[in-house]
Design a protein around this ligand. Structure first.
Ligand code: AMP
Length: 450
């Protein structure tokens, strides 16, 4: 993501410059270069940008700079975001970029007791980062007020709508004072999103960076046509290659995420799963272990992985393709963070063939087809009813019985710290891919279709 503007050109105060230097950020990303000047002038903003573009700093930095320091502390900034992971990460960004300033923030999300969150508010904070449900809950209980808000950020608006937060968001907005600076971020634009943005913003600057296809283009993408029962074997084969160092695997369901993590642990590949049924503590621990390289693989569902901010994910593997093509873009965006290179592998069974078609339409490119031991022509050529999932009732899919059904997730998770740096190499798994498997060029690329 080369960019000619330097942070020095952005009129940021020394305290913030110092924090950026500490982070070793050299140049602003495009969204930062385009948003920060207008935001520092007090403008509203609509930003079309995905996670991974540096959009968090694009709003956190100007807010930190503009927010007046007043005591006793009042909540002057509210950031609404769809998931707890994202909320926690934005909270961390306020700490990181605001290290040399005196503001205090807290993060509010559901799924945990509210006691500590209420205590933090009572102690006094300048910034609240929240998911809509819990925030509304606390507002209804009069545990906090939004009457002093001067800066409001609605993050990942498209995801918020997908997750059914629209009414909560409208209620929260109705409690904000009219005089405020509002920032609105969304990865995609749609008439509904536009309507929401219009209701919120006044004469906003419009910044659009890395439209989906552009971000997608920097990621190396491959599809493996494979029958469902062979997916686990294919996964093992792939994970036994050295260069797959830190891998985020996506499944469509929580159940499948658990099964994949369990299966991998049984096969001596350290992994853990995160999804909505896991406690916050378990999710935080899994993320921490993954970030620290204690586990090689993190298995996640779409919602749990939303906004995961981990640099150095070497590969994203779509064990199951998402049924919404936009999720594919979000998923693969977890690799290639802030301009780094990344690779995404997708497993496509016959019943997912239509999902792949939809994805290729959205990203306006054909994904390279890989030649591999478990290649399925049936999957590749599936059309009509065979290219869609069977009706829900018959979703037992006992064909995947190699995963122990009903077993608890996270067996032995995190117990093998060496896996992060020492790639696992059970010799029996080395036979099927090309002999060059330990070099960079493991799989044969098929020519691009069309
Ligand atoms: P975001 O899109 O806000 O989730 O940011 C994606 C990643 O880019 C995060 O890991 C940030 O720490 C990193 N990042 C943000 N801004 C910069 C920058 N100007 N230079 C280098 N890395 C950055």
């Amino acid at each position: 993501m080369p960019n000619k503007t330097s942070f020095k050109d952005l009129d940021l105060i020394p305290e913030i410059q110092k924090a950026l230097t500490k982070q070793k950020y050299k140049t602003p990303t495009p969204i930062q270069a385009k948003s920060i000047p207008g935001l520092l002038k007090g403008k509203d903003l609509i930003g079309i940008a995905q996670t991974g573009t540096g959009k968090t700093a694009a709003f956190v930095l100007p807010i930190l700079q503009l927010m007046p320091e007043k005591y006793p502390r009042k909540i002057k900034t509210l950031v609404l975001t769809p998931t707890r992971e994202l909320a926690a990460q934005i909270g961390e960004s306020f700490s990181t970029y605001g290290e040399f300033l005196k503001f205090k923030h807290t993060v509010i999300f559901g799924g945990v007791g509210q006691g500590l969150q209420v205590q933090a508010i009572n102690r006094g904070v300048d910034i609240v980062v929240a998911t809509p449900g819990r925030l509304l809950d606390l507002l209804n209980q009069k545990k906090l007020t939004l009457k002093d808000i001067e800066f409001f950020v609605l993050d990942e608006a498209d995801r918020m709508l997908d997750m059914g937060f629209i009414n909560d968001i409208k209620k929260i907005i109705s409690k904000l004072p009219p005089k405020r600076q509002s920032l609105f971020f969304s990865a995609t634009m749609s008439p509904k999103i536009n309507e929401l943005a219009k209701s919120l913003l006044r004469n906003p600057i419009h910044v659009e960076v890395a439209p989906q296809a552009t971000t997608v283009e920097i990621i190396e993408q491959h599809v493996f046509f494979v029958n469902t029962p062979s997916k686990d074997k294919l996964l093992l084969e792939l994970l036994n290659h050295n260069h797959l160092k830190s891998v985020l695997i996506f499944t469509r369901t929580k159940h499948r995420a658990n099964k994949v993590a369990l299966f991998l642990n049984k096969n001596k590949i350290s992994s853990d799963a995160i999804h909505g049924n896991k406690s916050q503590t378990a999710r935080t621990r899994a993320l921490k272990d993954f970030k620290a390289g204690k586990i090689k693989v993190l298995v996640a569902t779409d919602i749990a992985a939303r906004g995961i901010d981990i640099d150095n994910i070497s590969h994203v593997i779509n064990f199951e393709l998402p049924n919404e093509p936009e999720s594919y873009v979000h998923r693969i965006g977890r690799t290639a963070r802030a301009g780094a290179e990344g690779t995404a592998f997708s497993f496509c069974a016959a019943e997912e063939r239509n999902y792949l078609n939809d994805i290729e339409k959205l990203i306006r490119q054909k994904i390279n087809v890989m030649d591999h031991e478990f290649h399925s022509e049936t999957a590749k050529n599936a059309v009509g009813a065979a290219a869609k999932p069977p009706p829900r009732k018959s979703s037992g899919r006992n064909s995947r019985s190699r995963f122990n059904s009903g077993a608890k997730p996270r067996a032995k998770s995190g117990s093998k710290p060496s896996y992060g740096s020492k790639p696992n190499s059970t010799s029996k798994n080395k036979k099927s891919f090309s002999k060059k498997s330990e070099t960079g060029n493991k799989f044969k690329k098929k020519p691009r279709r069309n």
